[in-house]
Design a protein around this ligand. Sequence first.
Ligand SMILES: Nc1ncnc2c1ncn2[C@@H]1O[C@H](COP(=O)(O)OP(=O)(O)O)[C@@H](O)[C@H]1O
Ligand SMILES: Cc1ncc(COP(=O)(O)OP(=O)(O)O)c(N)n1
Length: 276
Amino acid sequence: MTIARALTVAGSDSGGGAGIQADLKTFQELRVFGMSAITAVTAQNTLGVQGIYPLSAEAVQQQMDAIGQDLGADAVKTGMLFSSEIILGVAEKLQQYKWEKVVVDPVMIAKGGAALLLEESVRALKQTLLPLAYVVTPNLPEAEILADMRIISLEDRKEAAKRLAAYGAKHVVMKGGHDPAGGDEVVDLLYDGRDFYEFRSARKETRHTHGTGCTFAAAITAELAKGRSVLDAVPVAKAFIQAAIEDSLQLGQGHGPTNHWAYRERSRAQAQMSSR
Ligand SMILES: Nc1ncnc2c1ncn2[C@@H]1O[C@H](COP(=O)(O)OP(=O)(O)O)[C@@H](O)[C@H]1O
Ligand SMILES: Cc1ncc(COP(=O)(O)OP(=O)(O)O)c(N)n1
């Protein structure tokens, strides 16, 4: 039996809804062996981020070496990278181990407003990491910063996606959760350098959306690790995050985490129904 392996290079969220914790839960639920290189430890819960303690670039690289020299990875996801030093260190290791299925979630600001990437490090993210990205998954505010333009219309999104692809990202998946004019639907846009594809789902009115971006990108990574194409991975990730948001756990006093069990439970229930 082949075992698909995925590595997440990201920050730790003590509250368990985002970061490394969300990624590993997602990998596990999608039956992928998960490994981690932690970039920063955050003290965080559903109310916000209370502390950020970045690791040295050397410590991050050593964790990536530990995976690269022994277990190997079929796909790699990056999340909170915090500083230019860490970004450069991660980029070096991605190249050294020839990891090509790289999903870059360009995490910048947590929902509560805390900066998870230093402002001066946006340039390093654009110039050093985007060229190595097989997939980049910005939300709309992140896409505006990376593409250096305002995004209002669908045409703006397409122009921004083209600008990110021009930095070298092979696929751009622009998430639509932050669309103020979104209405009843959330539309995520995929650009593969040639064509655009729209992925639509019902927008759920809820405050329990902490870690949605991490979970969505981790699900894409897990499916890539299994050998799926981006075009096949995105619908699985969309179904995974939709279930996780709709069946949320109602935990905490603020922006609660999503439910990482929901997709598997729904799939099992559907299989039982169709076997009757
Ligand atoms: N209220 C919602 N209802 C349904 N899906 C959502 C909702 N908010 C976000 N999503 C989905 O969750 C994923 C993450 O989206 P988004 O919120 O834009 O990113 P981030 O968490 O990085 O800010 C996307 O696939 C998006 O379509
Ligand atoms: C440690 C850590 N990494 C990433 C995030 C941001 O996660 P995201 O999925 O964008 O969700 P919100 O923070 O926007 O709810 C984080 N908070 N912590």
